[in-house]
Design a protein around this ligand. Sequence first.
Ligand SMILES: Cc1cc2nc3c(=O)[nH]c(=O)nc-3n(C[C@H](O)[C@H](O)[C@H](O)COP(=O)(O)OP(=O)(O)OC[C@H]3O[C@@H](n4cnc5c(N)ncnc54)[C@H](O)[C@@H]3O)c2cc1C
Length: 381
Amino acid sequence: MSPDLSVDVAVVGAGPAGAMVARELALRGAQVALIDRRHFPRGKVCGACLHPRALAALADAGLGELVPRAGGIPLVRASIAARGRVLESALARPGAVLSREAFDLALLEAALAAGATGMFGEAARLEPAASGAARRALSVGARCIDASVVVAADGLGGGLLARADRIERAPRRNARLGLGALLPGDAADVPECEVRLSVGRSGYLGMARVEDGRIDVAAAVVPAALEALGPAGALAQIAAEAGAFELRNLDSVRWRGTPLLWREDAPAAGWRVFAVGDAAGYVEPFSGEGLSWALLGARALAPIAARPWSLERAREWERVRSDLLAPRQRACGRIAMLVRQPRLVALLAGASVYLPRATRVAVARAWGARAESAWAEGATA
Ligand SMILES: Cc1cc2nc3c(=O)[nH]c(=O)nc-3n(C[C@H](O)[C@H](O)[C@H](O)COP(=O)(O)OP(=O)(O)OC[C@H]3O[C@@H](n4cnc5c(N)ncnc54)[C@H](O)[C@@H]3O)c2cc1C
């Protein structure tokens, strides 16, 4: 069957990883199809916080103005509550808060402006191919796309590469589920420019006020709590367990969910396929760095995917990706394990009144926070 479209690279998923790699490839002169099953703007479960590393990756790509232009708000403070104690900390390097609707749309527009061809509203499926095949074929609805190389940027729930090449991905036994929404502005007391995190036995949640005044809430929830209490009940429960940042009026909220927040043995490459962003590996999101990994990974992949395909290219990408991201992802995995123990977090919090330097180091590991951290016993918003 002759293809409806023949390109150098087909990028599946137009989230931050896909849009960035499509833009970089198009700027290098490649013919790129950028495919997403959704139409944009579209929401996504995410804390909507851009780490300084994500902002630096955008600036390095010549997109330093993208976040401010889209309405991004500087992020200068973080507060973490556990068992009635609150750690407040100024961030040494500001990040930004921007809804995923606005951020992903702005980045997608940048990719299209660079020359990528967008195809939206239908899921792509990778057709199986024997090792040695000269091209890869994708079905997108009734259309057939043929590409020299495919980039799987289809996120945590995508599984394009895993499904096509029959690679099993085993979820961790105690993995949590992602849950999120944009809440009305009066659903919680969240000052602009600050992220507020609550850690409880039922999971953890983060809240930040986005550009239109609404509050982005994103959580990693113990599946049993979600099953027993429903989305609003589970989030109210986490807030109550953390004992500081109350949530109100959650009755008519439209919730979004995710699959289990874990991937082991996620492959970074298959035959003529590179995976990037959440599609290539995932760590629970407590430290808010998934977007920076997606952007940094996409920028590192582009020069590799732009060269003629060979198995050496696949090995090169696995090496580059691992050197770039694995140490930081391991550190974030350890932080995610720590916040599974709110008692331990609260204990550290108590100790940090006497050991403020230890607190500084711990928070700085996550977000580069500065000296004046303080735990306030029983503090509230
Ligand atoms: C609770 C929670 C809070 C988080 N908070 C933060 C935070 O504050 N800061 C941060 O940096 N990161 C955070 N993250 C992580 C961040 O959301 C992800 O790391 C980031 O979205 C990864 O980008 P991506 O482009 O790889 O995937 P995605 O953003 O998921 O994009 C994948 C795209 O692929 C499309 N797609 C999937 N399958 C197909 C298909 N078959 N065909 C066509 N299209 C397809 C989807 O529609 C989607 O648009 C959080 C995550 C969770 C779950």
